[in-house]
Design a protein around this ligand. Structure first.
Ligand SMILES: C[S@@+](CC[C@H](N)C(=O)[O-])C[C@H]1O[C@@H](n2cnc3c(N)ncnc32)[C@H](O)[C@@H]1O
Length: 240
């Protein structure tokens, strides 16, 4: 889908996005983000960029792991999604120091950062929506520091045929119906979700794209019967 249509789609559902994520994933979305943070091997002093951050849920999952020498920037090109993320910084949660977290309007295809800047560059449920997958991953790789990680959490297609047919019924029929109804979306925003997942490369193909973009040691882990997968690749130390 073209970038301006993606932006409009997310601005239309921004208000309901977090609620519907939790409802439609039966609260697995938070667990998947925690697992993504763990897979990234984040350290308290890490410099993290979370692209396509939306309402900032993955960025904020990193915040909890950082001390004041680390930081996380969440970037997205949809202002309405970012505003909701930014509001979360005003609410004190636990002992988290939100001073280490900020949000920024930026296109993932042209990130406003110097080469070799971040220890971790992550994306959660976002790279599938970027209009040019390879260009998006190349740009994430460019701003990652040598030795740093590029981490992708994305929906994928379950492998077990029985589970897959049950899940597809839910994913292609029930989820779009409930999502469009609750968000009162007339443009079938929640029908776009399964359609885009079906077209997205499978785990091995995504691994290959990451390797083509210069990442090494690319590994992936399927989660929850393969509904999602977490890919992690390293930027070689001698790349630039
Ligand atoms: C499904 S949401 C994911 C939000 C969040 N990462 C999460 O874990 O829930 C996808 C986000 O990608 C953003 N997006 C898509 N293409 C983009 C691009 N080229 N540059 C920046 N953001 C983009 C959309 O605006 C949207 O907020």
């Amino acid at each position: 889908m073209q970038a301006h249509r993606i932006k409009n789609l997310f601005s239309a559902i921004a208000r309901h996005y977090d609620f519907l994520n939790a409802l439609l994933s039966l609260r697995r979305d938070k667990v998947w983000r925690q697992e993504t943070v763990k897979a990234s091997e984040v350290e308290p002093t890490s410099k993290v960029l979370d692209v396509c951050t939306g309402t900032g849920e993955l960025a904020l999952a990193y915040t909890d792991k950082l001390d004041t020498d680390g930081f996380v920037i969440g970037s997205d090109f949809c202002f309405e999604m970012l505003v909701i993320g930014d509001q979360k910084l005003q609410q004190p949660v636990g002992t988290v120091s939100k001073r280490t977290t900020s949000f920024l309007a930026a296109d993932t295809l042209t990130l406003p950062f110097l080469d070799n800047t971040f220890d971790i560059v992550s994306v959660g449920f976002g790279i599938r929506n970027v209009s040019d997958l390879e260009m998006g991953i190349r740009e994430m790789t460019r701003v990652a520091a040598p030795g740093g990680r590029v981490v992708i959490l994305e929906f994928t297609q379950p492998v077990n045929p029985l589970f897959r047919s049950l899940y597809y019924f839910y994913f292609t029929k029930v989820l779009p119906f409930l999502g469009n109804l609750i968000s009162r979306n007339k443009d079938d925003a929640y029908g776009y979700l399964p359609r885009s997942v079906m077209k997205f490369p499978d785990c091995n193909a995504l691994k290959q794209v990451m390797e083509q973009c210069g990442l090494t040691d690319v590994r992936y882990h399927r989660k929850t019967f393969g509904i999602v997968a977490i890919h992690v690749g390293k930027k070689p130390k001698n790349i630039y």
